[in-house]
Design a protein around this ligand. Structure first.
Ligand code: A3P
Length: 346
């Protein structure tokens, strides 16, 4: 029998010395966890944020981290890590098809949230689903997470980790400026975030790092560190490279996972067409068409696949915000990632 996901009681008794945080934590309708030592760092829309090291995590991610030792890896597991809104659904679909021999019929049967579940999904509790899959030896596990691999795989407090197989880790990076814009639209639309911020307020909150999985610099640097230290079991993908030349990124993924590429030009065209923004938007297993029915959406006309563009940030940032963001990137991102996402023309 797979172990069950221990849900902490819904009580909050952190020892806060900050009055603001105490009053926030006592708001009755907020999504929260109750672990005696959980330290609240703030409020983000409809939920509290919790400190884990220097990160601020959404309650679901925090719960996953508290239960992470239940997750034993296999060497054929594929873990996809990302900061939210980095193009991970697009990449998930791509990896799913590669791993499953381009069976489009199979892919059309279930939502990507079931086929490639996000372990810390704020909208769906899939932790048990993932654990159950571990016990089904015939099924290769695909797991997504907005937790850096240093916390997810390199579990520092877990002595048994050495006995575990090392999973394959693929991480996607996207220009943090575009991530900010995409996250803003997402958080305004979905009920599990439900922010009331204006764009400018969201910008400041994002930069301060008081957002789920924030600060983004820390997530990027930690992820990069894991990849650098584990070159044989990791693959780094950039969203902008997927936009520029999807085919060559698919080839890299196939090689990394030791899987076949699509057969012939016909196979390639079908895959590239399937993964285009337009098709992904029409695809009910991708575009979260069920979210409206499930009551997870605040507004009409929700499209999970929004614009799917590079440099959309230029439509939202002021020049001043652009300069401030450049400075933050220069001060906070590890040099290798700074080369990619350093100061950019407004
Ligand atoms: P935008 O909001 O900028 O449009 P995630 O899946 O990690 O939540 O990321 C969502 C982002 O990926 C959204 O960005 C979404 O539109 C974009 N995306 C989804 N499918 C895409 C595709 N086929 N091509 C390019 N971008 C895509």
């Amino acid at each position: 029998m797979p172990p069950t996901f221990r849900k902490p009681n819904l009580r909050l008794e952190s020892k806060q010395n900050n009055m603001d945080l105490i009053s926030v934590a006592n708001e009755p309708n907020l999504i929260k966890v109750s672990c005696p030592n959980a330290k609240v760092t703030g409020k983000f829309g409809s939920s509290l944020l919790y400190a884990y090291g220097q990160f601020n995590f959404h309650p679901r991610a925090y719960e996953v981290l508290m239960n992470i030792d239940k997750l034993k890896y296999r060497s054929d597991d594929v873990i996809l890590t990302m900061f939210p809104k980095s193009g991970s659904t697009w990449l998930s679909e791509c990896i799913y098809l590669i791993v499953n021999g381009y069976k489009y019929e199979l892919a059309s049967k279930d939502s990507i949230e079931y086929r490639f579940p996000q372990i810390d999904s704020p909208s769906h509790d899939v932790f048990n689903l993932i654990l159950e899959r571990f016990y089904n030896v015939n099924q290769r596990r695909l797991i997504k997470a907005s937790i850096p691999p240093t916390l997810l795989v390199d579990k520092p407090n877990l002595i048994e980790v050495k006995q575990h197989a090392i999973p394959k880790v693929i991480s996607i990076f996207r220009n943090p400026r575009d991530v900010l814009v995409s996250f803003y639209h997402h958080c305004k639309t979905v009920k599990h975030y439900d922010i009331q911020f204006t764009f400018d307020e969201f910008f400041d909150t994002f930069v301060s790092g008081k957002i789920p999985c924030g600060p983004i610099w820390l997530m990027y640097n930690e992820t990069y560190k894991y990849h650098k230290e584990n070159p044989k079991t990791t693959l780094t993908i950039f969203y902008e490279d997927m936009k520029r030349d999807l085919r060559s990124q698919i080839k890299r993924i196939c090689e990394f996972l030791d899987m076949q590429e699509p057969v012939g030009e016909e196979g390639w065209s079908r895959l590239l067409d399937h993964l285009s923004v337009e098709r992904m938007r029409q695809n009910r297993t991708i575009n979260r068409h069920d979210w409206t029915q499930l009551g997870l959406i605040n507004t009409n006309g929700f499209e999970f696949v929004r614009k799917g563009q590079v440099n959309d940030w230029k439509n939202f940032f002021t020049e001043e915000q652009s300069l401030l963001f450049d400075r933050e990137i220069t001060a906070n991102l590890t040099p290798k990632l700074r080369q990619v996402y350093g100061p950019q023309e407004y």
